[in-house]
Design a protein around this ligand. Structure first.
Ligand code: COA
Length: 188
């Protein structure tokens, strides 16, 4: 039986292996990874799907913001959904959609308002993502615009949203020289 639960401190090594298996070793060259460099995922929004003790699925969310290009309006905070990965041997059992339902529900309960991702519309439409509202968004690198998708967690939250998707400015990632890891720290 598949069980979905929050990720724990011991899970990241298995998650990295699953991501390499699902996306290949070049995954970090994708444009969305520029939004993740030096920024950890939101720990309370990392989920794992287990069959017994074996990790079979993983979903993480990263903090991002949309910075308006043509106005001096304040950046709009949002979430970046992904990476989402399911062990190919377990494909088609509802694990991917199950992880997203759990994750989106928790994100909404925490007060997040907008979720953005890059992926296949026919799949992500199953959990409410679409192109509507994403037309005016840009990423810091090349991406197929048809794959830039958005879902509002609060109705109207993305109305008129346009600008550059970037790392959150309210936080800066600080390299920890001792561990090589990063931690999140409030910006001055
Ligand atoms: C894409 C992925 C997460 C799907 O996980 P999954 O657990 O098999 O998905 P689910 O069981 O929830 O849903 C399966 C359904 O979605 C469909 N589906 C899966 N990937 C799809 C895609 N890229 N486009 C359209 N439909 C897709 C399946 O055909 C299946 O359809 P059915 O219900 O009509 O039979 C998984 O295949 C994976 O990890 N792929 C490699 C990594 C990846 O591409 N991640 C997503 C990009 S961020």
């Amino acid at each position: 039986m598949i069980r979905i639960r929050p990720q724990r401190e011991a899970d990241p090594a298995a998650v990295e292996l699953l991501l390499d298996k699902s996306f290949g070793p070049d995954r970090s060259k994708k444009t969305v990874y520029r939004l993740r460099e030096g920024v950890p995922p939101l720990p309370e929004l990392c989920f794992a799907a287990f069959d017994g003790r074996e990790l079979r699925g993983s979903l993480q969310f990263w903090p991002i913001q949309v910075r308006p290009l043509r106005s001096d309006g304040a950046p709009v905070p949002a979430l970046l959904l992904g990476p989402l990965a399911v062990d190919p041997d377990y494909a088609g059992r509802g694990i991917g959609v199950g992880l997203m339902r759990v994750g989106l529900q928790k994100a909404a309960a925490q007060g997040h308002r907008i979720v953005i991702l890059v992926g296949d519309l026919p799949y992500y439409a199953r959990v409410g993502f679409g192109r509507k509202g994403a037309e005016g968004l840009r990423l810091p690198g090349p991406v197929d615009p048809d794959r830039l998708l958005i879902r509002e967690l609060v109705e109207g939250a993305a109305t008129g949203l346009e600008g550059l998707i970037e790392k959150p400015a309210a936080e800066k990632a600080v390299a920890d020289p001792a561990s090589g890891a990063t931690k999140r720290e409030a910006a001055p």
